[in-house]
Design a binder for this molecule. Structure first.
Ligand code: PEP
Length: 249
């Protein structure tokens, strides 16, 4: 299966002009990429500007609201995103969990809404540095997965992707060891097999995210056998980001 590379632009860049430059640069550089599935997740406001130029990559969003329409000031629904050509949604990112106090219950509702709309959900999970030191990593991952997937029908998991993103590795320049990422991915697959069935456990795609760059990216794919990567900081540098993709193409 092709590697899945997700770019999380977070709250960047700060102007439409800069976003357009980045989109155009990616479009040009990614033209000949066939063996890697690339998804760009810009801020909501730049999604429509990229709608008609998306040939070399797919579009994703960084969040969504669980209701389809109505009196929910400031929110954006799965249906609206789908209408713009969005195919993937990042959910439960640690920055949203920590800064915006997003709960597992909210993440569960968002996952259900996106999967009901046949969008692909990328569920982010991961432990803090403190939890890791206390040996609680697997307990945290189990808890986050069980709560996020609570009451979710088995067939809907076809469109679910899980990103293992240790919080201490995000934006810190301290990436997770390749063997640690591999152990976490195996744990997640086993848990999904246990919660659902072996077929789903085996086929669910697991990504790694946290300080990925062009020097370490291919190790997670080739050695740790991750199905893809979620890339934050480096995805804003089109040259460096495409360098990673070319290594995997
Ligand atoms: C992220 O935001 O999910 C992420 C992995 O960021 P970075 O690549 O900058 O660590």
């Amino acid at each position: 299966m092709r590697s899945l590379i997700i770019a999380n632009w977070k709250c960047n860049p700060s102007t439409f002009k800069e976003a357009k430059i980045l989109f155009n640069s990616l479009k040009k550089r990614l033209k000949k990429i066939r063996n890697v599935e690339v998804v760009i997740c810009p801020p909501f406001v730049y999604l429509s500007s990229s709608k008609f130029q998306v040939l070399s990559f797919k579009l994703g969003a960084q969040d969504v609201f669980w209701e389809e329409r109505g009196a929910f000031t400031g929110e954006i629904s799965s249906k609206m995103l789908k209408d713009l050509g969005v195919e993937y949604i990042i959910l439960g990112h640690s920055e949203r969990r920590q800064i915006l106090k997003e709960t597992d219950e909210m993440i569960n509702k968002k996952i259900k809404a996106t999967l009901n709309n046949k969008l692909k959900s990328i569920l982010c999970i991961g432990e803090t540095e403190e939890e890791r030191k206390e040996g609680k990593t697997f307990e945290i991952l189990k808890n986050q997965i069980e709560k996020a997937l609570s009451n979710l029908q088995t067939y809907k998991l076809r469109n679910l992707i899980i990103a293992y993103e240790p919080i201490w590795a995000i934006g810190s320049g301290k990436p997770c060891q390749v063997n640690e990422a591999m152990t976490a991915a195996l744990f997640i697959k086993k848990l999904i097999s246990h919660l659902y069935n072996q077929k789903i456990g085996r086929s669910i795609r697991i990504l790694y995210g946290g300080s990925v760059n062009s020097l370490n990216a291919s190790n997670y794919i080739r050695e740790a056998k991750m199905d893809g990567l979620l890339i934050g900081g480096v995805s804003l540098n089109s040259k460096e980001f495409v360098k990673i993709i070319k290594q995997l193409n």
